[in-house]
Design a binder for this molecule. Sequence first.
Ligand SMILES: [Zn+2]
Length: 371
Amino acid sequence: MELPSTDAYVGQLAEPEALLVPSQCPKCELGALAPWGTRVLTIKDLDDLERVVVSSLEVKRYRCQACGKTGTQALPFVAENRAMTLRLVHWIEQQALCRPFTAIAQAVGVTEGTIRNVFRDYLDRLEAGRVIPAPTYLALREVQIEKKPRCVIFDAERGHPFDVVDHSEQAITAALLSLQNVTQIRVVTVGMNQQQRAAVKATLPAAPLAVDLGEVNGLVDAAVEQVRLHVRSLSTDSQKRTLLGDRQIMHTRRADLTEHGSASLAVWQTDFPLLVAAYDAAEELKSILISGSDEGSYTAWRNGLSLEIRPFFAIALQAFQGWWPCIQISASYPDLLSFRRFPELSLVTEGGRKQSSEVLRAKLLLGRLST
Ligand SMILES: [Zn+2]
């Protein structure tokens, strides 16, 4: 940002001779302007050594001879509505990306609220000017930042995040609207989440909508884990010894089981039939999920669940309601399964300080977040 030298106005009541007084009234565009006294402004600025300095600046006032309105000569180097130079505002914006707002407030001699406002304006400007080319595989995921749910929007293939917004339908919708070239999106992946689904349907109605199969499988695993803990809680110490390694075995797909794992399941068939029934049910469901079968296969699986097993799968069954079309779409894009990289948003700066979601967002918009 090119600014006039501070020499133009540093010092007591410097005469801002370099500043232009319009030759014609900017309000009515008719009248000539007559001098109308002066006004002294106190402006904060940054010197060459990055120290905040306060300058008094005398500016000329004028009055229109036609319409009678008064005005002050324009100060192109001063931020609008702030008693700060643009140079200082720019410095605050950059500092805010790496230092606590309170420290900057202290350095500048303003309240933390002022720093926050400067930074919000900056974020708004970044947002207004951004152009995000839509990725081939768009994905949304909920994360907790500062104990609040936020939505990370990212390129699933590259594991690259490009936005983080409040987790509300409105905020997600606004973020998705700024995507360019949306026709190149092959598929959008959301979590099992109504706000995400609604925002995508509203903004990208033509894009196939998939659900994160990792999340779906996680629900199945959680059901299996419930059964495992239940079985353990009912077992004697000597029984527990035969359950050695159960956690790993229960969460391994059949095709990936070791010889020992398969043998254990065969033994448990007699001693812990509930455990093996849960394993079999989960295996069957995962096969259905991955094959992209129609909803009929899922319904048949659900109806076939034994009464002993069903309560442990209740949360999963409830969550799947209404999501089958998205599960099927996920299965029809096998590429999605190979995208295991969820962007790890570093919520902590190098100095070990937690950064707010606003700072995080600014860095994303600037493309300055290392992931
Ligand atoms: Zn006028």
